[in-house]
Ligand binder design. Structure first.
Ligand code: GLU
Length: 268
């Protein structure tokens, strides 16, 4: 029954990870950009507010700079991101333009969310862009996010902050794993996909933080933390595999795809 409720969600934040946007050799996966732009524009046209949180800047920048692998040091990541973010937006601009959809870039750091005035400024900008029919595309401002005080460890966390800030009612995390399992599916044949989690209890947190966290790049622990944040603020969260962005249609039409973390319901 609950899945059907997702058809009514009005303000959707979609997070897509680097592995869903690039091939293992670091090249851009054009089909995924185009399908993502198509489904998000279509949902926006149907009357929903859409915000995209996109990773990929570091990987795309490293590729453009001819680096053999993704840099591990902070300044290397920052330099790659500075190159890659512009390219990423160029691809988005082109893909969304195919569908006459305008996009905008919003880069944030963690400290903004704890600063009253800056938080208000960013929220007002989101509201204005959504009112103007634009799809904002968000990433961390990697070049200035250098320490534990202003750095998000990953874009799952960033997406949950954004969802909370703009009072989104559905957060979709597209990842390289199709949801949360009862164990590590790579090691345990009996591990089963959990379709719905209505209560993020200690067992779930332990499951996500243990050896199971090795499946998926951002890790399951950060996704469960993101779910804890958003489900407490009237927002559902779904984790699904991002290899075909059209999965977003299935999720928003209430099909049992991936893992749904249901929002807390206050029944009185
Ligand atoms: N901001 C990073 C990038 O654009 C991504 C962080 C993450 O993958 O979670 O490459």
């Amino acid at each position: 029954m609950y899945r059907k409720d997702l058809t009514n969600r009005k303000r959707i934040v979609v997070k897509i990870g680097t592995t869903s946007l690039t091939y293992p050799n670091g090249n851009i996966n054009l089909r995924r950009f185009d399908r993502l732009a198509s489904v998000l524009t279509d949902l926006k046209n149907s009357g929903k507010d859409i915000v995209l949180v996109s990773s990929g800047a570091i990987a795309v920048g490293a590729k453009r700079l001819g680096l053999k692998e993704r840099p591990r040091d902070t300044v290397g990541k920052q330099a790659s991101s500075a190159v890659g973010q512009a390219i990423l937006m160029q691809y988005y601009e082109k893909s969304f333009n195919e569908f006459n959809q305008r996009v905008a870039q919003i880069l944030v750091t963690k400290d903004i969310f704890g600063h009253r005035q800056k938080r208000t400024n960013v929220r007002n900008t989101f509201e204005k862009l959504l009112e103007l029919g634009v799809i904002p595309i968000v990433n961390e401002n990697d070049t200035v996010a250098t320490d534990e005080f202003n750095e998000f460890s990953d874009n799952d966390t960033l997406a949950s902050y954004v969802a909370e800030l703009i009072k989104s009612d559905l957060l979709i995390i597209l990842s390289d794993i199709d949801g949360m399992y009862t164990g590590d599916p790579n090691k345990n044949e009996e591990a089963e996909l959990i379709s719905i989690i209505e209560n993020i209890n200690e067992d779930i947190i332990r499951l996500a933080g243990g050896s199971a966290s090795s499946f998926g790049t951002g890790g399951m622990a950060t996704k469960v933390q993101a779910a804890l944040r958003v489900t407490a603020s009237n927002c559902d969260m779904v984790i699904a595999k991002g290899d075909d962005p059209y999965v977003i249609y299935s999720i928003t039409s209430g099909q049992p795809i991936g893992t749904l973390f249901a929002r807390k319901r206050y029944d009185g």
